[in-house]
Ligand binder design. Structure first.
Ligand code: NCD
Length: 299
């Protein structure tokens, strides 16, 4: 029984083990499994979600588990019940909790209270460990390796939990990372210091992406919901566009990834480009989350 709260709690051997379990799971998708038969998994989303929620549910059901869905908008949270009491209740009803919450540290807080495993499905702008496992799995599957790849992270590096988590994961594997964002949306210094101290990683910073020779371009949307000024968020959103014009200099080997949802930063015509791999990446969410549920609940 184990929690999954932050990619920063994992060692490389743990990540490797999730990735190899996910590869096994991918072969089992579509073949009914009893691995988690009799288990009840609470799905608790206090923030919007399509992929994370649906792929966790798909993963649980593929493994024979049942889902207990908590709807924050119709729950007693609306009456003012605090997160601690809500978690204590769900801990009594379910065998594991998948939690997404706007408060940074919410998953760790829940894990300290709950006896059952807690899996962080995103806590504010902080961490998104299962997304990072999906990203690493996808990169390894597409490129055969992660270390030594030339990888550009482009977008709202300040507020996006997927980017913060991913930088840590990439540094762990020794990828050559370039961070591209406007100055106001740079990755926090403390994360850069941490990956340097732990892995010797020195991500380059640039104002614009140079795609010649780049293996992976990982894009994320401007995280509007984490801005105090929504007008400013919309202005910045217009600065980011990965369009066919920008991609004309990129190699055919480039893989374009995105945690999704994409808004205006990638226009729909890019979807048909063979270098766009984000829908494949999203599909990998099922086997990766099957691996996470299995490992967290059964080990
Ligand atoms: C991301 C998230 O919620 O952090 N989405 C996801 O889980 N696939 C990215 C985002 O919302 O921009």
């Amino acid at each position: 029984m184990r929690d999954l709260i932050s990619i920063r709690d994992l060692e490389k051997k743990d990540v490797d083990s999730f990735l190899s379990e996910a590869a096994k799971m991918e072969k089992l998708v579509g073949k009914p499994q009893k691995t988690l038969a009799g288990k009840l998994i609470a799905s608790m989303f206090f923030e919007p979600s399509t992929r994370t929620n649906m792929s966790f549910q798909a993963a649980a059901k593929r493994l024979g588990a049942k889902i207990l869905t908590f709807h924050s908008s119709t729950s007693s949270a609306v009456k003012g019940e605090n997160l601690a009491d809500t978690i204590r209740m769900m801990d009594g009803y379910a065998d594991a909790i998948v939690l997404r919450h706007p408060m940074e540290g919410a998953a760790r807080f829940a894990a300290d209270l709950a006896a059952c495993p807690v899996i962080n499905a995103g806590d504010g702008g902080n961490q998104h460990p299962t997304q990072t496992l999906i990203d690493l799995y996808t990169i390894k599957k597409l490129k055969g390796k992660i270390g030594g790849l030339d990888i550009t992270l482009l977008g709202d590096l300040k507020h996006a939990r997927s980017m913060r988590s991913l930088l840590y994961g990439l540094a762990m594997y020794g990828a050559e990372v370039t961070l591209v964002s406007p100055p106001a949306l740079r990755m926090d210094e403390d994360i850069l210091k941490e990956v340097k101290a732990k892995f010797g990683a020195k991500p380059a910073q640039a104002a614009e992406a140079k795609l010649k020779g780049c293996d992976v371009l990982y894009v994320c949307r401007i995280q509007k919901e984490r801005f105090s000024d929504s007008y400013e968020a919309e202005r910045m959103q217009r600065e980011f566009r990965v369009d066919m014009e920008m991609l004309k200099d990129a190699d055919s080997k480039l893989a374009i990834l995105h945690p999704l949802p994409k808004v205006d930063e990638i226009p729909p015509e890019v979807d048909a480009d063979p270098r766009a791999k984000y829908f494949e990446q999203a599909k990998n969410g099922v086997p990766v989350r099957m691996a996470v549920l299995k490992k967290c609940i059964l080990s």
